[in-house]
Design a protein around this ligand. Structure first.
Ligand code: DAH
Length: 470
């Protein structure tokens, strides 16, 4: 397992293990590598370059709009309704050091792909609903319209994320202001729903994370949270303790869900507890022990896809403290958070996460309500165009900031940003060379267009990130 290349759901809480220090009211953050929370995460070879400084002098708000009129794509919608609240652009995107939400992200708020019955994410959500309705006689309450703008308390404190946990950093999370974020996981709703008395629930929604760019990472994706509370009489008769009872029930439930999903698409699943030989035609999965602040024990389910182990869900037995704080003393509970895109990519054979956002009929028309088994047929593969850029980084440089600049200019035309060279000279200056892959899913790009994009990228990387181009 030590050779596994680990892809996260954007980030995972167990992987965000550096601590960070909040330095000023303006929230300039200084991130350092420190001890890893998770023993298991040390086993993984991470694909990310890690975390460093985020300077509050880098605005990612309205000024992140492309200055070149040719790259201007569409006006940003002025106001939308979410969870019964009207949200104007100014409520989310501000030229203020405590705000790091760019227009590219604002434009995704309220699209609610998971509520479209003909969209792969909606089809998957409904199929998971069917599984729970059938196996738990409609006991799970379902929420898929909760507002993604939540308090820092809901997103982090309520689920016991430590005050110095790196997931709280401006480098990783979108802050509307110092006390408000775009939720980075659906776990943000656990506490409020428990307090309202729900004991079995599913929460589906869009979640937001600053991240690097490749075929399985996008700064907005969708999760489904599952939560089940047990009362003492449910485990007492079993002869095992509450925690073991819940852990066993959780794995049984999720293995059943996986079987349900893959059986529908006429594939068998093969669950691996140890590495072993691949059986052709079968989907391989495995459980991995891990760490989350909100569960103990904690597990991940991974699926083998595109020659890598892909994390599709995190889960575990809920920390007693969460139950106690929310009126569920003497109970035990399990919870899971499932990445819908990751699972949908495997189930529908969708090769790139950007496709979920496509309005191209050649994509949208391939899926129909209730049809999980359908395999996506690539309508055309347009050639990628690679552009390299090298620069001397400064101490506040982070890859997430670079990716935000690139996406602000090229939008979904950027397929991947990867570090291809990295060295430090005798003077202690560090140079990074990044390769940017431009490729449209929908059309051929002209040289002129790509050169224009790359020129703007170079300009803005220099001016916004204060790096020195080489
Ligand atoms: N919130 C976690 C994430 O986004 C996923 C998760 C793990 C959710 C464990 C849970 C849980 O409810 O119990 O990485």
């Amino acid at each position: 397992m030590s050779s596994t290349v680990h892809l996260s759901l954007g980030f995972s809480f167990h992987q965000r293990c550096s601590s960070f220090f909040q330095q000023s009211v303006a929230m300039a953050l200084s991130l350092v590598h420190s001890t890893l929370f998770s023993k298991t995460s040390q086993l993984f070879l991470h694909t990310k370059t890690g975390f460093s400084h985020f300077s509050s002098s880098i605005p990612f708000s309205s000024s992140a709009l492309p200055s070149n009129p040719k790259t201007w794509r569409r006006p940003v919608i002025s106001a939308l309704e979410l969870g019964g609240v009207k949200i104007a652009r100014d409520d989310v995107v501000r030229d203020d050091p405590t705000n790091n939400v760019p227009d590219t992200i604002f434009s995704k708020l309220g699209l609610q792909l998971h509520r479209r019955d003909q969209h792969p994410l909606g089809i998957l959500k409904n199929t998971i609903y069917d599984y729970f309705d059938t196996n738990y006689s409609n006991k799970f309450d379902k929420f898929d319209e909760l507002c993604p703008i939540v308090s820092v308390k809901q997103n982090f404190d309520d689920v016991l994320v430590p005050a110095d946990h790196v997931s709280r950093s401006y480098n990783d999370t979108y802050y509307v202001d110092s006390q408000t974020v775009l939720r980075c996981h659906t776990s943000a709703h656990q506490a409020e729903l428990l307090r309202k008395g729900h004991t079995h629930f599913l929460v589906t929604g869009d979640v937001y994370r600053r991240d690097s760019i490749d075929s399985t990472h996008y700064p907005v994706f969708h999760q489904m949270e599952g939560f089940r509370v047990f009362s003492p009489d449910e485990w007492e008769a079993s002869g095992v303790d509450g925690t073991s009872f819940a852990a066993e029930d959780l794995k049984k439930c999720l293995e059943g869900l996986a079987t349900h999903l893959f059986a529908l698409e006429d594939k068998s699943i093969r669950l691996l507890y140890v590495d072993s030989v691949k059986i052709s035609g079968a989907v391989e999965m495995r459980w991995v022990d891990t760490y989350f602040p909100f569960t103990n024990p904690s597990f991940e389910l991974e699926i083998y896809f595109q020659e890598k182990w892909l994390e599709v869900l995190g889960c575990g037995v809920t920390e007693q403290e969460i139950l106690k704080r929310n009126g569920k003393l003497n109970n035990v509970a399990w919870a899971f958070g499932l990445g819908l895109e990751r699972l949908a990519m495997v189930l529908f054979d969708i090769p790139d996460i950007r496709l979920f956002w496509s309005n191209d009929e050649r994509f949208t028309s391939q899926f129909s309500k209730g049809q999980l088994g359908i395999k996506f047929k690539t309508f055309s593969k347009y050639p990628p165009c690679y552009k390299d850029m090298s620069f001397w980084i400064n101490e506040s440089f982070t890859e997430n900031n670079l990716c935000e600049v690139v996406r602000g200019i090229a939008g979904d035309l950027v397929e991947e940003v990867s570090l291809i060279d990295n060295f430090t000279n005798k003077k202690g200056m560090t140079s990074h060379c990044y390769r940017i892959a431009y490729r449209s899913m929908e059309r051929s790009l002209t040289d002129e267009e790509i050169n224009g994009l790359q020129m703007s990228v170079r300009e803005q990387v220099q001016s916004k990130l204060n790096v020195v181009l080489r």
